[in-house]
Design a protein around this ligand. Structure first.
Ligand SMILES: Nc1ncnc2c1ncn2[C@@H]1O[C@H](COP(=O)(O)OP(=O)(O)O)[C@@H](O)[C@H]1O
Ligand SMILES: [Mg+2]
Length: 295
């Protein structure tokens, strides 16, 4: 998806990046680490086409990013959502408006905005703060809003530049969990961080840059195979969960319907054989067996 081929970027004071060769595949979660001044932001700016390389090429899918004409750059950037350490929310807009604005900016239809914004706010767990202003939010909440804004247009890639840099450890883990969930939904995630504990515990691919050069990339190691297996197990678990939840909901609706009709459907009888984890007391005093009600 993103490929750097022998990329160098020189600044007058010295190198931003030197001879970088990196391939980031669709759906990966990649940490970009390295000391201050290593070239991490330069790497991101090159992906965003905020700056041009002096040598080499940068590919995003089939586009050669450095060759894009200026008029196409805004369209190209719609592929990429970005989150910053300091959130960069618009202070005079509510949470809802901040996220809706990102859709308005790319001329999405009002109807779609009305449907999509609440959905995304719910996804990042910030629905109850929809009418609040950024100043009324904690750091963790503000970062959730920034993430909502970054993914609301469904970008292929989410770039997060030190997203936990201003957060305490507990909130940092909540944000990492959220980024992981977003990645499991199919979005490629590239995260710049200094947080060693997060990198170690997340067990994702790590690209380390020092003095403009890639000095470490775990892509080819055994480690990554184990990680991919973990990811695929987790993905399966999420899919199975949501499938089972849909089945439970359907059964529950069927029972409610049959309750209204004061008779039990054939489906109810069939269910008795499969699910038997609770009972729903009904006003008549009857008790209906049903699946797990916690869903
Ligand atoms: N616009 C610029 N002009 C001149 N030098 C720059 C510019 N941006 C970055 N640099 C230099 O390039 C190097 C890498 O910077 P950067 O990519 O911002 O590193 P990091 O994000 O890893 O801290 C640093 O030495 C920095 O001073
Ligand atoms: Mg930087």
């Amino acid at each position: 998806m993103i490929q750097f081929n022998n990329v160098s970027k020189n600044y007058p004071e010295g190198n931003g990046l030197s001879e970088v060769n990196i391939k980031i595949n669709d759906g990966e979660f990649v940490f970009l680490v390295g000391p201050s001044g290593a070239g991490k932001t330069t790497f991101i700016k090159l992906i965003l086409r905020e700056t041009l390389p002096d040598e080499g090429t940068i590919m995003f899918d089939d586009y050669e990013v450095n060759m894009l004409p200026n008029r196409l750059i805004p369209y190209y950037r719609r592929n990429i959502g970005i989150v910053f350490q300091d959130f960069k929310l618009l202070r005079r807009m509510t949470v809802y408006e901040n996220v809706a604005f990102a859709m308005e900016a790319v001329h999405r239809k009002k109807k779609l905005i009305k449907r999509q914004v609440p959905h995304i706010l719910n996804l990042v767990g910030i629905s109850e703060k929809a009418d609040h202003y950024p100043d009324e939010l904690s750091g963790g909440e503000a970062q959730r809003v920034a993430i909502a804004r970054a993914i609301v247009n469904n970008p292929k890639v989410l770039i997060a530049d030190e997203p936990t840099g201003n957060l305490d450890p507990e909130k940092s883990w909540e944000i990492m969990n959220l980024l992981n969930q977003i990645n499991l939904r199919g979005t490629t995630v590239v995260m710049v961080t200094h947080a060693k504990d997060i990198v170690d515990r997340m067990e994702k691919r790590v690209i380390q840059i020092e003095k403009g050069r890639v000095v470490r990339d775990d892509e080819a190691g055994l480690y990554i195979k184990k990680r991919r297996q973990n990811d695929s197990n987790l993905k399966k678990a999420v899919e199975t969960d949501s499938f089972e939840q849909r089945v439970r909901e359907r059964r529950y609706q069927q029972r409610l319907k049959s309750l209204k009709n004061n008779s039990f459907s054939a489906a109810d009888d069939a269910d008795q054989n499969n699910v038997d984890s609770g009972s729903l007391e009904v006003p008549s005093g009857n008790s209906i067996k049903h699946g797990d009600r916690k869903c």
